[in-house]
Ligand binder design. Structure first.
Ligand code: WT7
Length: 577
């Protein structure tokens, strides 16, 4: 048996939880069935809360745009209507490539209302990763901005025959040729309610990187709304009176799950900031907007720590009640710094694209700094080891093993798009295997040990080395390449590429710069390697597989060019006291 979990609140031992009881918190569609958009917008209108604010969108120059739940219901109903008019069928994929904006929310909710599958793409991807994802998704419609279209999509459009329509949010002037204008389409529609969808119907498609092969498209159904509603209450204690701010990029799973769905189903006000990270701007938003619940990443926290606790305290207000983090390990110093600088400790939470919602977390009143906390009520976890190919569940205190989740979790992915073999390989004996090695202490807290694969974690985003290697191999000078994560004080890791060059090319500074720019052009800033390290040959196994672990050890011992004497690693450097 796996460890039946006990949650993390002080009353954890007595917490009872029943998914069937929790399910009653959902409204359900008036005619039966479940639809995320109905739970996120229309149900609030039906409950008499349509006037309540849902989104506060801040433009780069602090332009303010507020949308109520009624505005969301109306706008998403218009998006659904135009998608249907464009011929979208139930189950078709609508890809969305937008910065943080109201349109991003309307596109997602409208897709669900029309019965489509929402597939967010990251705006820092280059044309290569965008093309492969749009192809794999077989996207019928893409909703993007005119600028992103021109910079990233126009050049690959002809290679995407299944992409029948591109809808652009105008940044200025007319929509690009071959594109339909978002605002004009909206204006021409009558809002429509959600079509009948079942809780098991696919609703989301998120690409997550693999160590080999193409990126994996994890599919989630409308059912995940239940886990998102519940987990936001369990971890953040989220209520309709909160001002909530999730800083995630819209192109990644956190952006949809805890950027869109979790806050809206709980009926609170979400702050949506279009601008990129900036310490003073962020402190200003926390203060001026009286944010009560804040969800961010360890990288952002480390960036803020660099500026010291005094600056944070100069902006301090008393509204902030919960600050939480996700995506990579959060050390105890960062947790404590939150308390000192912001007045609340950072709560580390764990989940992954496939789990669809937070599964393990520190919770208010019960934090275990340095650990990821305990499984949430209703979530059964186990630590698994394989001996001679046989699965066994580790029971003893201080056990180390692969983290596994009971496969009956409502938010668990349905499978990888078009890849039953990869899906099957992620399950064993009714457990979903996460690929994370963890330790469970005697108190039941889970500590992150490492990934069982070669994934690179940079700024809380997951990068698959294979995708980066494939892109580099397209350069004529590259004979072979192995991409690994090099430790980085702020971003945790940065992708670096070991490259052996083909005869006739010189492994020198000019080729290094050329390869860096080639990769950036093709992959975009989200995936491009930060360094190229030339080698004679790459270490290989007997079967010819590149030994990324050997490369990783080599990359770790490389001095950091920006910090040759390693002062950045000195403890206390972050602190101004
Ligand atoms: C992987 C999932 C979580 C949604 C965004 C990323 C790592 C996640 C933690 C944490 C240590 C963490 C794991 C996980 N991870 N949270 N609190 N401590 N590691 O989703 O891209 O699917 O990445 O991120 O390795 O498996 P993702």
């Amino acid at each position: 048996m796996g460890q039946a979990n006990s949650g993390g609140h002080p009353s954890a031992g007595c917490e009872t939880f029943d998914w069937d009881v929790a399910r009653r918190m959902l409204a359900g569609l008036p005619g039966g069935g479940l639809n995320i958009a109905h739970e996120a917008a229309d149900r609030h209108v039906a409950d008499g809360n349509g006037h309540r604010p849902a989104l506060l969108c801040l433009g780069r120059r602090y332009e303010r745009r507020q949308l109520s739940y009624l505005d969301l219901a109306d706008g998403s109903g218009r998006v659904a209507a135009f998608l249907q008019r464009l011929g979208l069928n139930k189950g078709d994929v609508v890809a969305v490539l937008l910065d943080r904006s109201a349109e991003f929310f309307l596109a997602a909710l409208g897709t669900w209302k029309a019965g489509g599958v929402f597939c967010p793409l990251f705006s820092a991807f280059g044309p290569g990763p965008l093309k492969s994802r749009l192809e794999l998704a077989r996207a019928r419609v893409l909703i993007t901005s005119s600028g992103l279209y021109q910079r990233k999509v126009a050049a690959i459009r002809a290679a995407l025959p299944e992409l029948t329509h591109v809808v652009t949010v105008a940044e200025s002037g007319e929509s690009p040729s071959g594109c339909l204008d978002f605002a004009a389409l909206m204006a021409a529609q009558t809002p429509q309610p959600a079509i009948a969808t079942a809780e098991s119907d696919p609703a989301l498609l998120h690409f997550t990187s693999g160590t080999a092969g193409t990126p994996k498209g994890a599919i989630h159904s409308h059912r995940c709304v239940l886990s998102l509603l519940v987990s936001a209450r369990q971890v953040f204690d989220l209520t309709a009176d909160d001002v909530y701010w999730c800083t995630a990029d819209p192109g990644w799973v956190t952006g949809s799950a805890y950027g869109i769905i979790a806050p809206l189903v709980n009926g609170c006000l979400s702050v949506v900031d279009e601008a990129e990270f900036d310490t003073r701007r962020w402190y200003g938003i926390l203060k001026d907007e009286k944010v009560t619940v804040w969800y961010t990443t360890p990288t952002n926290i480390r960036l803020m720590m660099r500026f010291g606790a005094a600056l944070a305290r100069s902006y301090r207000q008393n509204s902030l009640r919960v600050a939480a983090s996700v995506g990579e390990p959060l050390n105890r110093e960062a947790v404590a710094w939150g308390e000192k600088a912001l007045g609340v400790p950072f709560l580390d939470t764990w989940w992954q694209t496939e789990t669809g919602a937070i599964a393990i977390a520190n919770r208010a009143g019960c934090t275990h700094p340095g650990s990821m906390g305990k499984p949430l009520p209703g979530i059964e976890t186990a630590l698994i080891t394989f001996e001679h190919g046989r699965l066994s569940v580790a029971e003893q205190p201080e056990a180390i093993g692969e983290l596994a989740l009971k496969a009956n979790l409502p938010s668990l992915f349905l499978g990888y798009l078009g890849d039953p073999a990869r899906t099957e390989a992620s399950f064993a004996d009714g457990w979903y295997l996460t690929g994370d090695q963890v330790r469970r202490d005697a108190a039941g807290c889970i500590w992150f040990v490492g990934r069982s694969d070669d994934m690179i974690k940079s700024a809380a985003h997951t990068i698959g080395p294979f995708e980066v290697e494939c892109a580099l191999m397209n350069h004529p000078a590259v004979a072979e390449t192995g991409v690994v994560g090099k430790p980085d004080l702020l971003l945790r890791e940065v992708p670096v590429a070991f490259v052996s060059v083909n005869p006739g090319f010189e492994a020198g500074e000019s080729l290094r710069l050329e390869l860096l720019s080639f990769a950036r052009q093709e992959l975009g800033s989200a995936l491009a390697p930060r360094e190229i390290l030339f080698v004679e040959s790459l270490p290989k196994t007997n079967t010819g597989k590149i030994m990324r672990r050997v490369l990783k050890a080599k990359a770790s011992s490389e001095p950091d060019e920006d910090d040759p004497i390693g002062t950045a690693l000195c403890p206390g450097r972050f602190d101004d006291e």
